[in-house]
Design a protein around this ligand. Structure first.
Ligand SMILES: [Fe+2]
Length: 255
């Protein structure tokens, strides 16, 4: 019994994701960035979605909600905290709520920061988390609707998941993220190796996602606020986690 995943590109750099319970065949879309590539993925796989699991209200994550609802009569699940901005929402969820896709169950984790109500979905038995624009491969989302400590506490929740958790994100930003990560953590050999693999994947036009929490803990500067080498590089050996995280985020914004 597993959660099967079909990941594909939408718009310029958004990921569309179909997640199917292998036992019942029930299928969820994770966000709905663009109708046409989603319909192509449904056609290609034969997996017909019965629900959309929305992570946050941004247009590039909800653009196809109403068209897909009309076509498939699917149910739209999304964050209660920004329900008024999610087109067609049927079910409002918050921290600790569970969502079922067939026999697979996801816990809702509130991960505000990028938006004030952003949520992530953790399928614990399948060992998969959908973190959209909170945690990226080698990055984290821009802080449009919250201050750094809010995002830091969201990232701390994700960092507490099992290390083997497979992480799917909202965008293919990894190559640019790697270039930035190397500026704050240039001697990290795991990061240097990973940056090379990312370069190779992108030059072949392949996605760099999914990732794993273990890889992110080893190489993503936004999960390494505690790392003594990064702190030394920033001249912030004694600073709080919040201050280190805020400095890294500020540098990325200006990068
Ligand atoms: Fe977003």
């Amino acid at each position: 019994m597993t959660l099967e995943i079909e990941q594909f590109m939408c718009r310029s750099d958004n990921f569309g994701i179909l997640a199917r319970d292998s036992e019942t065949g029930e299928t969820a879309l994770i966000d709905a960035p663009e109708e046409r590539p989603i319909l192509e993925a449904v056609e290609r796989t034969g997996w017909t979605p019965t629900m959309i699991l929305t992570t946050h209200h941004h247009g590039d994550h909800v653009a196809a909600n109403l068209a897909l609802k009309e076509r498939f009569k699917l149910a739209i699940v999304g964050p209660a905290a920004e329900a008024d901005k999610i087109p067609g929402i049927d079910r409002r969820v918050k921290e600790g709520d569970t969502v079922r896709v067939g026999r697979q169950e996801a816990q809702v984790i509130e991960t505000p920061g990028h938006t004030a109500g952003h949520i992530s979905y953790h399928f614990a038995d399948a060992g998969i988390a959908f973190t959209a624009d909170t945690l990226f491969a080698l990055g984290c989302g821009r802080l449009f609707e919250a201050k750094p400590p809010v995002m830091l506490s969201s990232l701390k929740k994700l960092a507490a998941l099992p290390l083997e958790t497979v992480i799917y994100c909202g965008h293919e930003y990894t190559k640019a993220n790697a270039r930035f990560a190397l500026t704050v953590d240039p001697t990290n050999s795991a990061l240097k190796e990973r940056a090379k693999r990312i370069e190779a994947l992108r030059s072949e036009g392949k996605p760099t996602l999914p990732t794993t929490l273990a890889d992110e803990m080893a190489t993503n500067p936004f999960l390494r606020w505690h790392d003594p080498v990064i702190r030394r590089n920033l001249g912030m050996e004694e600073a709080s986690d919040e201050a280190v995280f805020a400095e890294i985020r500020k540098r990325k914004d200006l990068f």
